[in-house]
Design a binder for this molecule. Structure first.
Ligand code: SAH
Length: 409
């Protein structure tokens, strides 16, 4: 198909959907699965016009020949052009929202994929460094324009690429890491210090998980510090601690004995460093390089008990297809945690699996408490911080859910 632009006619490739398969795009859901495509194709990341079986415009989208998600929509507006200015506009809007949120931290999620109209793009700002994941063929193709827009719209001169997530393989893309933008002059190290809830936390954009840190738990770490103080929790077990964000929160809340458990030795080394960096006694913290499930079982055998426990495991269910097995794994660790909780104790328990909805997670945790023969007050339902927004049209974006529970005495 030929489209008139300022510079003349442009030939656009067209993707025609099967009859009845236009419904999700009409509801502004940005994905089209392979099975919905009747005909048409394109190069990896190429912009295509998506139309219904009878030729009606549905979206401008990025084509991805090797992904199950064959098409990711950029825009539902036929008059819009997908060019560098388009990406600058999307980045500007995303950054403007974060500024309006008034986040009291220099670690902020700036671009959260589909929610910001940029499917497959994740960008976190850590002080003066941007850390980005380009996870789809479309974002890969527009990487240069997106990188320019990010630097221009944030004023952050340093942009590090962390496109080493496994999901790139599904898009037929190899892993890529390294500086994408770095001004001339002295080399900037990849180590960064951020402040969060009044604490100092360090990370390395080249070495940390994902973009370097888990910003989505910022508010929940703050809440944990407040609850630990309010409920007078002394002994705290932080499971899947990563670099000890919840452990620092526990110490800030007045805890006197904190155990961080994680299977990553570098993350635990950083957790130890965070304790003293924030002015707490090194002796108040123990870092355990171990599997959480086995550690919980061992603690039960040893008769240990805690006043507060955090369970923040990695994604057990990457998709709904894994929900059954993941449900059992969630139930198991929650049951063990309940058994280790003192009467009146606090449990913060999370799932970041897109395949496990909030209702299902609630049921799993309720079942775990039942098996442990204890009851609890549900203090609060928890979610990701507001800089990881979801939109009305993309329920899959709602990945992190949690519960704050107090064990009945
Ligand atoms: N709560 C953390 C983020 C946790 S991310 C924060 O606030 O920053 C999940 C962590 O689980 C990762 O650090 C990973 O190393 C760890 N992990 C994954 N599987 C594990 C296992 N079986 N036992 C212990 N830790 C595990």
């Amino acid at each position: 198909m030929r489209v008139l632009t300022e510079t003349g006619f442009l030939t656009m490739k067209v993707i025609t959907l099967r009859e009845g398969k236009e419904r999700s795009l009409l509801r502004r859901h940005p994905w089209v699965f392979q099975g919905s495509v009747a005909k048409g194709g394109g190069d990896p990341g190429e912009t295509v016009r998506v139309q219904s079986h009878d030729g009606k415009f549905l979206a401008w989208a990025a084509f991805s020949p090797s992904s199950q998600i064959r098409v990711r929509a950029w825009s539902f507006d036929e008059a819009e052009r997908i060019d560098a200015a388009f990406f600058a506009g999307r980045v500007r809007a995303a950054v403007a929202l974060r500024r309006r949120l008034g986040i009291d931290s220099n670690g902020v999620r700036l671009i959260h994929g589909e929610a910001d109209g940029l499917p497959g793009l994740i960008v976190d700002q850590y002080d003066d460094v941007l850390s980005a994941q380009f996870l789809s063929a479309g974002t890969e193709r527009w990487k240069d324009a997106i990188a320019d827009a990010l630097v221009a719209e944030t004023g952050c001169p340093y942009l590090y690429e962390r496109s080493d997530s496994g999901v790139r393989g599904l898009e037929g893309l190899p892993p890529v890491t390294g500086w994408l933008r770095h001004p001339d002059g002295p080399h900037r190290a990849t180590a960064v210090t951020i402040h969060e809830n009044g604490w100092k936390l360090t990370l390395d954009v080249a070495e940390g998980h994902k973009t370097g840190y888990y910003l989505d738990q910022r508010d929940n770490r703050g809440l944990f510090a407040r609850l630990v103080r309010q409920l007078d929790c002394r002994s705290v077990l932080n499971c899947y601690s990563y670099t000890g964000g919840f452990s620092v929160a526990a110490l800030a809340g007045g805890a006197s004995e904190v155990i961080s458990v994680d299977s990553s030795a570098p993350a635990l080394a950083r957790a130890n460093a965070h304790v003293t960096l924030n002015g707490y006694e090194a002796s108040a913290h123990v870092a355990l390089d171990a599997d959480v499930n086995g550690t919980l079982r061992r603690f039960i055998q040893e008769g240990k008990r805690f006043d507060a426990i955090v369970l923040d495991p990695p994604k057990f269910a990457p998709s709904a297809a894994h929900a059954d097995r993941a449900s059992r794994a969630y139930k198991d660790i929650n049951r063990l945690a309940f058994k280790l909780l003192n009467p009146g104790g606090l449990l913060l328990t999370f799932s970041c699996s897109g395949g496990i909805g909030a209702e299902l997670f609630h049921k799993i945790v309720a079942g775990a408490a039942m098996d442990a023969a204890i009851d609890g007050y549900l203090l609060q339902r928890l979610e990701a911080t507001a800089d990881h927004p979801t939109t009305l049209t993309f329920p899959e974006g709602e990945y992190l859910k949690g519960l704050a529970i107090v064990r009945k005495a």
